[in-house]
Design a protein around this ligand. Structure first.
Ligand SMILES: Nc1ncnc2c1ncn2[C@@H]1O[C@H](COP(=O)(O)OP(=O)(O)OP(=O)(O)O)[C@@H](O)[C@H]1O
Ligand SMILES: [Mg+2]
Length: 326
């Protein structure tokens, strides 16, 4: 699905209004989502090991595989495919989400495994998504970690922006960085679309984009500035939604110092063009230990806990944990 199709495919704001934007409604738990535009950048690897580390630090954690087309988080966690998966839940074979919760080899860490049957989830409606997000409320956890698929499909965007914390995985390569920007831009427009005032904003958007909401030649900051000059009140209301966007960037598979620094340039560019901050959390080096652990179907932290990448990962988790406690 291309970036354009995401937004043109939505014609009715009524459908959108069925979908609740934020999970920050949960007082007792936090949701972290791992996403990013490109395939194979290390989202599932990061998700699995972030979840393991949070659990090792003493929190109750549930990792959920929401890569609806290519679920493999169980392998990154060193687990076999559990008997029950999200397919059973979305097809209503099981009614209580707790029935698809599977313990892992790690203390404090459970898994909700991804849908193995694409048909069951291909037509996930807003109401399914909404029910799913609300059912998470009943799970006993301090942290829920989403592993998302590649691309900018509406399901992926909605799960990403519903989280309290969005972690973007990227590689120090132009194609991956381009996809990260595209993903962030999609998050911006989707957040605008899902905002309570979209009915008021949509005509403004059409005006500033010469009739097409999908006119993506404008940066989010330019769009916001136009809205502000036309209707400051709507701008203020929208800004409240956008200020909830809480995003961090992880540069994965870093091989040199200059690549590590790239994260700070991306942070600056986002500040300038997006109107919401994307904080550079840090880097994980390219390390054969990562693929070697996956090859034997174990997590990095299980198989090579003393590797360079494992210590970098632990450092990132501690940093994010502390930032989010503040
Ligand atoms: N830091 C790293 N060092 C070396 N290899 C890595 C590193 N991070 C990821 N890899 C390799 O990249 C592969 C892809 O990672 P992963 O499956 O986590 O990507 P993904 O973003 O989840 O992909 P998809 O979008 O297809 O779900 C891994 O199997 C691993 O071999
Ligand atoms: Mg993955």
């Amino acid at each position: 699905m291309t970036h354009h199709e995401n937004f043109t495919s939505i014609s009715s704001t009524k459908i959108l209004s069925q979908f609740n934007l934020k999970l920050s409604l949960f007082e007792d738990k936090k949701v972290w989502a791992i996403g990013g535009g490109k395939g194979g950048v290390g989202k599932s690897f990061l998700c699995a090991n972030i979840a393991i580390e949070l659990a090792a630090m003493g929190s109750k954690v549930i990792a959920i595989d929401l890569d609806l087309g290519g679920a493999n988080l169980h392998t990154c966690l060193g687990q076999k495919i559990p008997e029950h998966t999200l397919s059973d839940y979305f097809s209503k074979k099981v009614l209580d989400i707790k029935e698809i919760l599977t313990p892992t080899d790690h203390e404090n860490l459970s898994l909700i495994s991804g849908a193995q049957d694409e048909l069951a989830i291909a037509n996930l409606k807003s109401s399914n998504k909404n029910n799913f997000l609300h059912d998470l409320k009943n799970l006993d956890a301090d942290y829920i970690i989403f592993d998302l698929g590649a691309g900018t499909s509406l399901n992926t965007l909605d799960f990403f922006i519903s989280a309290d914390v969005g972690i973007l995985a990227t590689l120090p390569e132009p194609t991956s960085i381009e996809n990260t920007y595209r993903f962030l831009k999609s998050c911006f427009f989707r957040t605008v679309q899902l905002s309570e005032n979209f009915h008021k904003i949509s005509h403004l958007l059409k005006k500033v984009s010469q009739g097409k909401i999908t006119n993506i030649s404008m940066s989010p900051v330019e769009v916001l500035n136009e809205i502000k000059s036309i209707d400051p009140q709507i701008y203020d209301e929208l800004k409240v939604e956008l200020d909830k966007m809480n995003y961090y960037l992880v540069m994965n598979q870093v091989r040199s110092f200059s690549e590590e620094k790239l994260g700070y340039s991306i942070e600056k560019i986002c500040k300038k063009y997006f109107g919401f901050p994307v904080n550079y959390l840090g880097q994980i080096s390219y390390d054969p230990a990562v693929w070697q652990s996956i090859r034997v179907k174990k997590s990095l932290l299980q198989r090579y806990p003393n590797s360079n990448s494992a210590s970098e990962l632990k450092e990132l988790v501690t940093k994010l944990y502390q930032k989010e406690l503040l």
